[in-house]
Design a binder for this molecule. Structure first.
Ligand code: GRF
Length: 202
């Protein structure tokens, strides 16, 4: 299966996918990353892609006349690589109806909280501020809401009294990277159906 991965930052989730495919071989893993896209240039995620010899593309909102034009440009740039599955690994933009029209149902996101708790751009900070004793990460299909699509898998991470946001996020990311690699591999190898809010992987 062909994967396009979208990033906005350090790209450690992308790196985990790259390392797993390198270690297992694309055949055994069931997928290869064919391109990496970002909403901004000059991020470590793009450097990781370039180091792996992958094509990259950047779609910046400010380069387009409207949000819808950006969304269309992102969809077209992604479609050029003919992905079977698109993975948002720390991609920090909400895609629009054009992108979802093309990739809805095969667009996976990873979120650093136990959805439906703490959706949005500050899931780690919000769980910490709320005083949650456990939090974690969620891999889900993207729908037209914010972090509201059908859940595929979740991992639990304890919150420690001494945690600040970055310490907690690092601990979440350790679980998240493993979960994302496992889920993407299963989706790619075994296929899946989405039945309402249930994701069925045979
Ligand atoms: C991940 O925790 C992701 O869930 C969140 O941002 C982080 C991205 O980390 N949206 P990285 O860019 O994969 O290192």
């Amino acid at each position: 299966k062909r994967l396009v991965v979208l990033v906005s930052g350090s790209g450690t989730n992308l790196q985990a996918l790259l390392d797993a495919i390198e270690a297992q071989g694309a055949e055994a893993y069931g997928a290869e990353i064919v391109a990496v896209g970002a909403d901004r240039p000059g991020i470590a995620g793009l450097e990781r892609a370039e180091r792996a010899g992958l094509p990259t593309f950047v779609c910046r909102v400010q380069d387009h006349a409207s949000r819808d034009e950006w969304d269309r440009a992102l969809a077209e740039a992604t479609a050029a690589y003919e992905p079977d599955l698109v993975v948002s690994a720390g991609f920090m933009k909400i895609v629009g109806k054009e992108f979802l029209a093309r990739f809805g149902g095969r667009f996976v996101n990873t979120h650093p909280a136990l959805l439906p708790s703490f959706p949005g751009a500050h899931g780690v900070r919000d769980a910490l501020a709320y005083g949650a004793k456990v939090t974690g990460c969620t891999v889900h299909f993207v729908d037209d809401g914010v972090d509201t699509g059908p859940i595929i898998a979740q991992g639990v991470v304890e919150v420690r009294d001494e945690d600040d946001e970055s310490a907690l996020h690092e601990r979440i990311k350790e679980v998240e990277r493993t979960l994302l690699v496992e889920v993407v591999g299963r989706l790619a190898r075994d296929g899946f159906t989405i039945e309402g809010r249930k994701v069925v992987i045979p």
